[in-house]
Design a protein around this ligand. Structure first.
Ligand code: NAD
Ligand code: MG
Length: 398
């Protein structure tokens, strides 16, 4: 490769699983002389010690912690780094607004919507690990990118894989996303009813944040990814397929109108997608495990079981209804997953609560038109959480 990669980057959610993997990629590219990477800003939710550690390693100009009560603690912990410190949601947005040419969106959940949109609105290249922001506000983000010239670079591994084999997008018939099937792939509904947060968070191939781990166990993750793919690649929902592939060597397949199918393969390591997005449109060398097909021996594919995993049907329903439904689906799911992690409800209640929210009479009478501003999206998100909390209390009282 000729010449060094030069980037000024911001990592939103640097203390999380994707954030830490991004930091490792930045450090490796810096250390082996492939890239000159300056870090403009880093953010975290509540983990001051983790944020301070990252600031020492990556040397940002600005850091932000989302919890406003942690400002003094963060100032003290970051004193020796020389970074300016902010706290609260407005400081997270300031981090996204600052002048980085590449922004990693790796905050979990709908909290990522406002800062991700801010980075898109000022025309940055935005690496999208966070999927909830596309599920809730995908059309708004795409319109903002068209206005500002921002480039959206998918980092969710299936979407990054599809992006890599899509070429110019001509003649595409279908996109197939793969999924491991999660830790409960072979469990009965009866066994799932008693599943604990520890069991749900034990993913077969990846170590991820708690929320996406539970989504991988319910398969809501695949449902959200289907909505994300339809938005990113401008395909109607019926042209996005899912297939369960426990070995996770194939991440996505693009089927063309002449019968060709191009697959994206690679090791199950999120750094592969992260470095692709960071180096794009070039490539950088990264020291990951290489895929060993003979070592794997067999690759298997099967249909997802929509009866045992009702979240798939709920996501399909929300995607077809469009309008506010995907936002309600996501908000109810986020609320229910948090309640499950706090042991306030059982595993099967998660999909039950999402279904109850989508079933509310008000949903049908809400306009079929998609919310068209950030404010409208956040209003529907708040409503979804309120309805999910009411359903949670109803179930706990029953
Ligand atoms: P995580 O829980 O490990 O990290 C989340 C990050 O967001 C942390 O830095 C946390 O401090 C921060 N955060 C949490 N709440 C916040 C708030 N209210 N305001 C500001 N910051 C907040 O999550 P993760 O596994 O790294 O996933 C991050 C995103 O990437 C998710 O949307 C997930 O779906 C997506 N993703 C993750 C993986 C993976 O392998 N982990 C793969 C594909 C996509
Ligand atoms: Mg994924």
């Amino acid at each position: 490769m000729s010449g060094q990669l030069v980037r000024r980057v911001t990592v939103l959610g640097v203390t999380g699983s994707i954030g830490q993997s991004t930091a490792r990629v930045i450090e490796e590219l810096r250390a082996n002389g492939q890239a000159e990477i300056e870090v403009e800003a880093l953010t975290a939710g509540r983990d001051v010690a983790g944020l301070a550690d990252m600031a020492r390693r990556l040397r940002p100009a600005f850091v932000a912690i989302a919890d406003p009560a942690k400002l003094e603690e963060a100032r003290a912990a970051l004193k020796d780094t020389g970074a300016a410190v902010g706290a609260g949601p407005s400081a997270i947005k300031e981090a996204a607004d600052r002048n980085a040419d590449w922004v990693m969106s790796a905050i979990v959940g709908a909290a990522a919507i406002a800062p991700t949109l801010a980075a898109i609105e000022r025309g940055a290249a935005v690496a999208l690990a966070n999927k909830e922001s596309l599920v809730c506000a995908g059309q708004i983000m795409k319109a903002a990118a068209a206005r500002s010239g921002a480039r959206l670079l998918p980092v969710d591994s299936e979407h990054n894989g599809a992006f890599q084999v899509l070429g110019d997008g001509k003649g595409v018939e279908r996109i197939t996303l793969t999924g491991s099937g999660g830790p409960f792939r072979n469990w009965t509904r009866q066994a799932m009813a008693a599943a604990t947060p520890e069991q749900a968070c034990k993913h077969p191939n990846f170590s991820m944040g708690a929320k996406i781990s539970v989504d991988s166990a319910t398969l809501m993750n695949k449902g959200l990814e289907q909505i994300e793919a339809a938005c990113l690649f401008d395909l109607s929902p019926d042209r996005i397929d899912l297939v369960i592939h426990p070995q996770q060597a194939v991440h996505a397949l693009v089927s063309y109108c002449d019968g060709s199918v191009l697959a994206h393969m690679g090791p199950a390591d999120m750094r592969v997608a992260i470095v692709h997005a960071l180096a794009w449109p070039r490539r950088a060398h990264l020291n990951t495990a290489r895929l060993d097909l003979a070592g794997l021996g067999n690759l298997t594919f099967e249909q997802p079981d929509r009866e045992r995993f009702p979240a798939l049907e709920l996501a399909r329903r929300a995607m077809a209804a469009n309008g506010p439904a995907p936002i309600l689906l996501n908000a109810a799911n986020e609320f229910a997953v948090a309640a499950f992690l706090e042991r306030r409800i059982g595993f099967l209640d998660i999909a039950g609560i999402v279904e109850a929210v989508l079933d509310r009479q008000e949903v049908e009478s809400m306009s079929a038109k998609s919310p068209s501003s950030l404010g409208e999206v956040l209003e529907v998100d708040a409503l979804g959480r309120l309805w999910a909390s009411q359903e949670t209390e109803r179930r706990r009282a029953a």
